[in-house]
Design a protein around this ligand. Sequence first.
Ligand SMILES: Nc1nc2c(c(=O)[nH]1)N[C@H]1C(S)=C(S)[C@@H](COP(=O)(O)O)O[C@H]1N2
Ligand SMILES: [Mo]
Length: 261
Amino acid sequence: MSRILRPRGGLALSRRGLLRGGAVAAGGLALSGCDDLWRADAAKDVLTRAEDLHRWSQRALGGEALAREYSRADLSPRFRANGSRGVADAAYRRQLGEGFAGWTLRVEGLVARPLDLSLAALKDLPQRSQITRHDCVEGWSAIGQWQGPQLGGLLRLAGVSDKARYIVFHCADLYHGRPYYESIDLADAFHPQTILAWQMNGAPLEEAHGAPLRLRVERQLGYKHAKFVTRIVAVDSLQGIYGGKGGYWEDVGDYAWYAGI
Ligand SMILES: Nc1nc2c(c(=O)[nH]1)N[C@H]1C(S)=C(S)[C@@H](COP(=O)(O)O)O[C@H]1N2
Ligand SMILES: [Mo]
């Protein structure tokens, strides 16, 4: 397996039904675990550029400044749910009823290998667990434990292009009738604490907290943490995406796109 694909003891690729659908053609590479395939020039090229991008991202951070992490004793006894606490969409209701067995996360846009990942596949990826404080712009905070794969690993798996500048998260819910969405830049996308959480406080996400998958982007305010994520798109511009300001609240509420804490 390519050294490039395992940059920091990182991305172990499972062969067990990891990728489906659109990922099969190109993703077959990733599934094979076969050195010969990884020597294919095209694949190597894409992965090398993704790694360059990763390094650039880390440098832009001025190190990997981490949000504070807490201990289990600090967990809030109650973690309020905010914004959409559920999803009305019929397909979502059906998937919820089936324990999200047929649900997939789509990763597309400026990537070499679009992916359709099942929840099982996301759970099979290397996991990160972190206890952090969620700060809502409305003035409440809560400490919770979150677990899931790092977004950066997923983007490397998809072979994100060096032309990508933003990662956009599309959600299953409508909030006051409009689709919720959010976006972050590549520096935050590759930050080690930026994860796609499927677990909260040791249990699968409850619907109110964004089941089956939500973003945790720990150095930004609560509204950036997209819940009910179904589709992740790498783009070079936010123009033309809904109101063009990069997020639901950015479009309708004039909230800042960069909501650093
Ligand atoms: N899809 C979606 N994501 C969302 C929201 C929403 O309404 N819809 N609300 C945001 C806001 S303002 C906050 S504070 C957090 C709340 O997360 P929680 O419900 O787990 O507390 O989700 C964020 N992500
Ligand atoms: Mo919020």
